[in-house]
Design a protein around this ligand. Structure first.
Ligand code: KG4
Ligand code: ZN
Length: 345
């Protein structure tokens, strides 16, 4: 069964056709980095306009690249939440038009759950597993019993992991998106040069929740202080490597606790920041404790249509909407369980 996946929840327009939830027949993505660069962050209004400019031609190209005639596509899967509302609306309405014209059903997809699916193309992963999502919009720990049956064990109460990378990079004037830039520069730095705080490390008090806003502020102020003192010994790369180290340590600490608490020995990591080299290295320590660990392939860490089409294959029977139902389908910017200003206890 071939499913066409559409992903436009943030600043990547991505279209894919996946066969039987496993084989990626085509995956075409356009990043909007250049459009947002001047603002060093995603501007929602610009994001929706950029999606609108390219979605039609990108889909046309993806279908022709796949060599699959439209008649052999069984459904259109589309991210409907959470994300930037204007961007989601572009993807959803395009999906509606396509499905209406070609008489296909639509499968609405939760972007956060789809991220985990990026691990399933190359691996047959069994349930249950602990899922750690580290993206630009979200950071959370899940317990998955199936793709539809999951519990959120902890989440960030302020900035997400990727957001902390982006904001530190912005303050240091390094460019956007900050994650890959910091990852690169930190390779020439000493990750133990400075000891930045590990936020909410007290698990008894804060559970499996995360906070990256304090760490971000600590790093920014640290840099400012050194700049004013004109300390010639200070190396930007050391600060960035130490920051990255603090992020990785926090993630490992909370994830280890989640595995310990649930007794689950399988871990699946997903989201844009799963591409980070220090985070990948730090998690390898869990392998010595007999934990099965999965990271997505580097090209599927960030937002992509393949994860949408792949997950849809498993939700096909229960979540499929026909013409009469999908026309009234709405996009949602939030997932209520992910509300940031509260702890999960
Ligand atoms: O998953 P994603 O593409 O979009 C959301 O769903 O939010 O994640 C984008 C985030 C950005 O914050 C970006 O800076 C971060 O992923 N990112 C990284 C790396 N590559 C991308 N963060 C740390 N290290 C990286 N190598
Ligand atoms: Zn994402």
């Amino acid at each position: 069964m071939n499913i066409l996946g559409i992903e436009t929840s943030c600043d990547d327009t991505s279209i894919s056709i996946v066969s039987d939830g496993k084989k990626i027949l085509t995956l075409l993505s356009l990043s909007q980095n250049d459009a947002h660069k001047a603002y060093q962050g995603v501007v929602p209004e610009i994001a929706s306009r950029e999606h609108l400019k390219v979605i039609y031609s990108l889909t046309e190209k993806a279908i022709s690249n796949s060599k699959i005639p439209i008649s052999q596509i069984s459904a259109v899967a589309v991210t409907t939440f959470p994300g930037l509302i204007g961007s989601l609306v572009v993807g959803l309405n395009f999906a509606k038009g396509l499905a209406y014209r070609y008489n296909k059903p639509i499968i609405p997809i939760n972007h956060l759950i789809a991220h985990f699916y990026s691990n399933f193309f190359e691996n047959d992963i069994k349930f249950p597993f602990i899922g750690l999502l580290i993206s630009g919009g979200h950071t959370a720990l899940f317990k998955f019993d199936s793709f539809e049956d999951y519990t959120i064990l902890g989440k960030t109460i302020d900035d997400s992991c990727g957001e902390a990378f982006d904001k530190v990079a912005k303050h240091f004037d390094l460019g956007y998106p900050g994650g890959p830039i910091i990852d690169n520069l930190a390779k020439d730095g000493n990750s133990n040069a400075y000891n930045f705080p590990l936020a909410l490390a007290d698990i008894k008090k804060y559970g499996l929740n995360f906070s990256f806003s304090g760490l971000k502020t600590a790093v920014i102020h640290f840099r400012k202080k050194y700049k004013t003192n004109q300390n010639k010994d200070e190396k930007l790369e050391d600060i960035l490597a130490s920051f990255q180290n603090a992020v990785a340590k926090t993630l490992v600490l909370k994830t280890m606790k989640a595995l310990e608490k649930t007794g689950i020995k399988r871990l699946v990591i997903s989201g844009g920041a799963a591409a980070n080299s220090e985070i990948r290295k730090s998690f390898m320590i869990l392998k010595n404790n007999g934990i099965e660990i999965y990271f997505p392939p580097l090209n599927l860490c960030s937002d992509n249509g393949a994860m949408v089409a792949g997950l849809a294959y498993h939700l096909f029977e229960k979540n499929l909407l026909n013409k009469a139902e999908f026309l009234s389908l709405d996009a949602k910017s939030r997932m209520v369980e992910m509300k940031r200003n509260s702890l999960i206890t």
